[in-house]
Design a protein. Structure first.
Lengths: 297, 268
């Protein structure tokens, strides 16, 4: 073998090693988390753990249904608030903004991704929570799902917007030109040609954002109230459920792991396993939903 | 937040160990309650300045971690801001408790909530969720917002021990994972109530008297303020020579002066 070829194969193996390493790490984390969770699954029972509504480790009651509901609702809220905003940003940046404006707006949005989540939490706690408290619903403290969803929406905005922008840009130029040439307006071109063309990219952007939202911890702890209750609507308006306090799966682990021992610790690892499973189910169902790009058929 | 603290304190610890390795090995390791930790750090500094060539390293982790690390020997001394539980004594009968200071737990409310004194009974009712409106205890007609520490916290354990009897803190309470976060929450949330270590009291929250006795160091020292907990150092069996030297310093005049200057109550 010549030196060049040897170098080539060495490089190949280095990359193979990196790829295998990342798989190995995921598998190791999975195995370790699951192993630590086994005592909880065995002693509490999976069904009881998943459907129990009371979490009182001191009394030996371990039910994480409230946390599953909390994580689900706060993520839903973040998507409802954040996705339209992020898509608007992406469309503005890729289709409307002149280069000068774009070169200013895009770095500003990307800057959002660089702010540490504890700073988001602090901002949420002293600015958003007092604002949300002004909504007149009995028992509303400002701490709860709505504040958390708003904070989370801003946190996932840069991810969704930059990946969507990339997807929109990668729609072939001829589609756009063809549509405009046929007499379609800019709006029609956008909604009927470009967005459908970028559908799969936008979907993966949203999934990425969802993953980030489900995994966010510190900022959530600071604004969501951390009460272990299944969120409920306190007034006739069903939307007031978002003013309810809640606890997320991630928050449950982070708040209590420092003190936890024995079965309590194991139950927190079981919470981690549930989170792990949720994210995997979400990712793989998204993968199935997305499908292939239309013009590649 | 705690995990960040943990990592940074670990880095800090490693850095210190790196520096001090030339001066000699670590003589005493201390771990546990985050309430006792700042005090223990000052006491360690004080002792090190009095005594040549001794190094004491203080880590956090929480009261349960403090008891555990003393029991399994990962630390020479464990810190706990609560009594050692019977279950812990049963598991490790050789644990010895050294009370180094006492700390009052104050009931605090959002400033201007209109209630200035409560009975222990009423406090229990509020935190267990039986009393849900301030008008039931002489305040305005607004729901009570209960703020509490998370399960496992030493401050919560001490509060449950001394105030709650066998009642449980209601599940609807806002939970915050540190004394500081509890204080901020109460200061920005109208009609809220919480319990707080004396060391964390300031003007941003309003103190509530218990049966007319204000939560002050003087009242707690005099014995009229009822909610006072011990801050404990825990060793497995008799402490090592170095550890015993430090504990003697803490219980002596100089150590107790530091305890008082930090807003805690001396042991004697």
């Amino acid at each position: 073998m010549t030196g060049k070829k040897r170098l080539e194969s060495a490089v190949k193996y280095i990359f193979l090693f990196s790829a295998l390493m990342s798989i190995l790490i995921v598998v190791m984390i999975g195995i370790f988390t699951f192993r630590e969770a086994i005592p909880a699954f065995r002693e509490i029972g999976i069904i009881k753990l998943l459907t129990g509504t009371v979490w009182r480790p001191g009394q030996g009651q371990y039910g994480i249904l409230a946390m599953i509901a909390g994580s689900g609702l706060v993520t839903l809220g973040a998507v409802v608030i954040g996705v339209p905003l992020a898509l608007g940003c992406a469309i503005f940046l890729s289709e409307i903004a002149p280069p000068a404006v774009r070169s200013f707006v895009r770095p500003s949005i990307e800057l959002l991704a660089g702010i540490p989540s504890v700073v988001y939490g602090l901002f949420g706690m002293v600015v958003i929570v007092p604002l949300v408290r002004n909504i007149d619903v009995p028992g509303n403290t400002g701490f709860g799902l709505l504040s958390a969803s708003i904070v989370l929406a801003v946190m996932i905005l840069p991810t969704i917007s930059s990946v969507s922008e990339y997807a929109i840009r990668s729609v072939p130029k001829r589609f756009r030109e063809g549509s405009l040439a046929m007499g379609a307006t800019k709006w029609e071109t956008m909604t009927k040609v470009i967005l459908p063309g970028a559908r799969s990219g936008i979907m993966s952007a949203i999934i990425l954002g969802l993953g980030r939202a489900l995994g966010e911890t510190i900022a959530m702890i600071m604004v969501i109230g951390n009460s272990v209750i299944i969120p409920f609507a306190a007034s006739d308006n069903p939307l007031s459920i978002f003013l309810s306090r809640a606890r997320t799966l991630t928050g449950n682990i982070a708040v209590e792991i420092n003190y936890a021992t024995g079965l309590h610790e194991s139950a927190l690892f079981a919470t981690g396993v549930v989170l792990f499973a949720l994210i995997m189910i979400m990712n793989s169902s998204a993968r199935m939903l997305i499908g292939r790009k239309k013009w590649e058929k | 937040m705690n995990s960040i603290l943990k990592v940074s304190s670990l880095c800090f610890m490693l850095a210190i160990m790196g520096f001090s390795s030339s001066a000699g090995a670590v003589d005493v390791t201390v771990a546990g309650s985050t309430t006792v930790q700042p005090l223990a750090e000052l006491l360690a500094e004080g002792y090190e300045s009095f005594t040549d060539g001794i190094t004491i390293i203080v880590q956090g982790g929480g009261s349960s971690v403090g008891v555990k690390s003393a029991a399994d020997g990962t630390a020479d001394i464990g810190m706990a801001s609560r009594e050692v539980k019977n279950s812990e004594f049963e598991e490790h009968p050789a644990l010895i408790v050294h009370t180094i200071a006492r700390d009052g737990i104050a009931i605090v409310i959002h400033p201007g909530s209109g209630v200035s004194s409560l009975s222990l009974e009423q406090v229990r009712g509020i935190f267990s969720g039986e009393i849900t409106n301030w008008n039931e205890i002489g305040g305005e007609n607004t729901p009570v917002i209960v703020v509490s520490r998370e399960e496992g916290s030493g401050t919560r354990a001490a509060f449950e021990d001394m105030v709650m009897d066998d009642e449980l803190i209601c599940l609807g309470a806002i939970l915050q994972p540190s004394n500081g976060a509890v204080r901020t929450t109460v200061s920005i949330t109208p009609s809220s109530i919480a319990y707080l270590s004396f060391g964390y009291m300031d003007n941003s929250v309003g103190p509530v008297s218990i049966d007319g006795v204000a939560p002050t160091v003087a009242n707690a020292t005099g014995g009229s303020y009822p909610v006072v907990r011990p801050l404990n150092m825990i060793t497995l069996g008799q402490p090592s020579e170095a550890a015993a030297g430090w504990l003697d310093f803490i219980l002596g005049e100089d150590g107790q002066a530091i305890v008082v200057s930090e807003g805690y109550l001396p042991v004697n």
